[in-house]
Design a protein around this ligand. Structure first.
Ligand code: NAD
Length: 504
């Protein structure tokens, strides 16, 4: 496939996905494909007036949407899932063009959107509260769940569409409305998703205008969402630095924050580990998506007894993995998102060398145009030094030896972030220890699976500097609703709780 076809290819895809040409031409913001660095579109940023109007419209939409029965709201999400199924190939390819993911990863991201839609449709009939025993006769105590209002979604470049769907599918069935600020690096996929949503809304028939909106722009658009009093929940996915900026603003106005921030994920390889499985699990988790997943494996602690067997094999995999145009068959590692990302990788590798690391790989690979491609780097470190404890959003895997499991668990937990973690072992005691209260302190703790590649059925998110938010499955829906405790007296006397007397 010739590199010079990219703008035409993107334009054709956007047309098929229903994005009006005026939205992706003539704007002041250029959109580059990381595959070649070529500019493939020009989008229009939303100014402050457009942001304010979108939030007001979303609030007005909320006032009617909240009264639509939840299973009927689920019907809209079912239709959205149908549109995504029909458009999976085109949207997946657009993810590849705009974010540089391999074809399989681009399709996988859209599949994740379809999965969460299916999940949310079922959920639309299961938004239930508890009935609680009361101490007062002829009383009933229960909880009811109500929609919360306008939900602002801020998303990162590396999951340009799935993160929106984790939030939007749940928020819509919960009775909320959604205003989305995608990454400034990936506005095209967001506009395509909005076009698919609008197709679903048209088929649905009576969805209020402003139920789901996208606002294109940079950090200032995110800041507008974070500061707007009518936005009751902001779900923000991105770096810990971004979380540090938005959290105090939300706290100051007592709005809810759902933060999905940086990760520095580790895996432990025990003496009994199945090394073939470990090799595949670690290679996918560390090199997949060119190391640009929040759950990417960045630290590997290998027991001394298997280090000299596993690490030479892993080094060989690093040396032979195919780096290149993510549209080509057999390519497993596509481009970095941009030159800034490469500069951060170079800085980290230089720091690692200064801290005693032996770097294997990490060199630039010339593929096409101005695209930034690197061979993933495996770095043998003498200890968990400062560079290892910082998240560099690039394919660098730091490898260290250990002898004592609890010491390795402590090293896992020493990172300031707490997103995902794994242990590779066939020893049930080691596996259970890792998942126990004295084990991994992360939001995700896996056994014989790498830390990346979560399914939507579980709650997704992490602790400490990862922000504490949970999205997708389990009871994550509760973040998008407010809870009311109702006590109903169906008797004719008025007994007070705790035996308090107040007779007038
Ligand atoms: P980023 O922090 O640069 O940007 C993320 C989003 O936040 C963008 O839309 C950006 O415009 C917006 N933003 C930045 N500053 C803001 C501010 N002050 N106010 C409001 N909005 C602001 O992140 P990125 O480079 O796009 O993505 C990579 C980072 O995201 C990594 O740290 C990665 O670990 C993290 N990430 C986390 C998860 C997760 O679920 N925990 C998922 C994906 C990515």
């Amino acid at each position: 496939m010739s590199a010079s076809n990219l703008p035409a290819e993107a334009s054709a895809l956007l047309g098929r996905l229903g994005v009006p040409a005026g939205l992706v031409t003539g704007g002041a913001r250029p959109v580059a494909s990381p595959i070649t660095g070529e500019v493939i579109a020009h989008v229009h940023d939303a100014g402050p007036d457009v942001c304010a109007k979108a939030i007001d419209t979303a609030h007005a939409a909320f006032l009617s949407w909240r009264s639509v029965p939840a299973p009927r709201r689920g019907e809209l999400v079912r239709l959205l899932g149908e549109e995504l199924r029909a458009a999976k190939a085109d949207l997946g390819l657009l993810v590849t063009l705009e974010a540089g993911k391999t074809i399989s990863e681009g399709l996988g991201e859209v599949q994740e959107m379809i999965d969460i839609c299916d999940y949310a449709v079922g959920l639309s009939r299961q938004l239930f509260g508890l009935t609680i025993a009361t101490e007062r006769p002829d009383h009933r105590m229960m909880e009811t769940w109500h929609p919360i209002g306008v939900v602002g979604v801020i998303s990162a470049f590396n999951f340009p569409v799935a993160v929106w769907s984790w939030n939007a599918a749940l928020a819509l069935v919960c009775g909320d409305t959604v205003v989305w600020k995608p990454s400034e690096k990936t506005p095209l996929t967001a506009l395509a998703v909005q076009a698919l949503y609008e197709r679903a809304a048209k088929r649905f028939g009576d969805a209020p205008a402003g139920l789901s909106t996208v606002l294109i722009g940079g950090r200032e658009v995110g800041e507008a969402l974070v500061s707007a009093p009518r936005v009751r929940l902001v779900s923000a996915t991105g770096s810990t630095a971004m979380g540090r900026a938005v959290a105090p603003i939300l706290a100051a106005r007592f709005a809810r924050a759902l933060l999905e921030l940086g990760g520095n994920n580790a895996a432990i390889v025990g003496p009994s580990a199945d090394l073939d499985l470990t090799l595949r699990g670690a290679a996918f988790a560390a090199m997949g998506t060119a190391g640009q997943r929040c759950t990417t494996l960045r630290r590997l602690f290998v027991h001394d007894s298997v280090y000299d067997v596993l690490i030479p094999r892993l080094k060989a995999a690093y040396a032979s993995v195919r780096v290149g145009d993510p549209r080509e068959d057999g390519v497993l590692v596509g481009p970095l998102i941009d030159a800034a990302s490469h500069a951060a990788m170079e800085r980290a590798l230089s720091d690692a060398r200064a801290e005693g690391g032996a770097v294997h790989g990490g060199e630039r690979v010339i593929v096409a145009g101005q695209g930034v491609y690197v061979r993933p780097a495996l770095v043998e470190m003498p200890a968990q030094t400062a560079v290892v404890l910082r998240e560099t959003f690039a394919p660098i895997l730091y490898v260290m030896r250990y002898t004592d499991l609890q010491a390795a668990i402590d090293l896992n937990n020493d990172a300031p972030q707490g997103l995902s973690s794994s242990i590779f072992t066939n020893d049930v005691r080691e596996a259970e220890r890792f998942c126990s209260v004295t084990g991994s302190d992360c939001g995700i703790a896996n056994v014989n699976i790498g830390p990346s590649g979560a399914e939507i059925g579980g709650a997704f998110g992490g602790e400490k500097e990862t922000g504490g938010g949970r999205e997708a499955g389990s009871d994550s829906w509760k973040a998008y609703m407010r809870r009311a405790t109702n006590t109903v007296n169906y008797g004719s006397s008025l007994p007070l709780a705790q035996g308090v007397k107040f007779d007038i």
